[in-house]
Design a protein. Sequence first.
Length: 201
Amino acid sequence: MNTFTQLKILNIITFISIIIYTITLKLVPGYSIYFLYTLIAVILLFVLYSFKLMKIYSTELIKTNEILSKVVKGDLYHRITGINKHNIFGKVSWNINNLLDQVETFNRDISSSMKSIATDTNRNMIKEGMHGDFVTISNDINTVLETLTIAQSKDQFIQNMLITLNTYSNGDYRSSIKLEGMQDDTLKLAEGINKLGESLS
């Protein structure tokens, strides 16, 4: 039984005690003092239990706020620990930790994918373990990465074409451009340069 349910039961007992005290006061004046003591005891128990509950929840809130303050500063590796699974704050803490796991994984994966472009290893985003918008954004990033990969390969082919044309301008017509892996738009240009070299040699 969670603490909110216990608090509701205690609240109901207090309410019933007040009703019994009121009825007893009207019907049986001699016994009303016993019910008054019982009512005071129940109210005191209710107040003490409420303070205990407030202390538990304020401690949970302070702990959660400390972690979120660190995360807001960009330290995504922090997690809420010592989670009480039996109250609502425990569930909130688990959800915050799950969100932080996805954000940290997403950021790390973006970083790895971007570094792979710089080193020509061309690694796509891994969507495993991600949900919702994280998957959608990963798909969009993968589309951009594929476009960048094609642009990089075109750039490399264009560099090779310029080197070949430079050798032609020096009177050396023996070199030719390798056509494997070229896109259609650069392929026609490379074939034209190769034909030019063949006709000049």
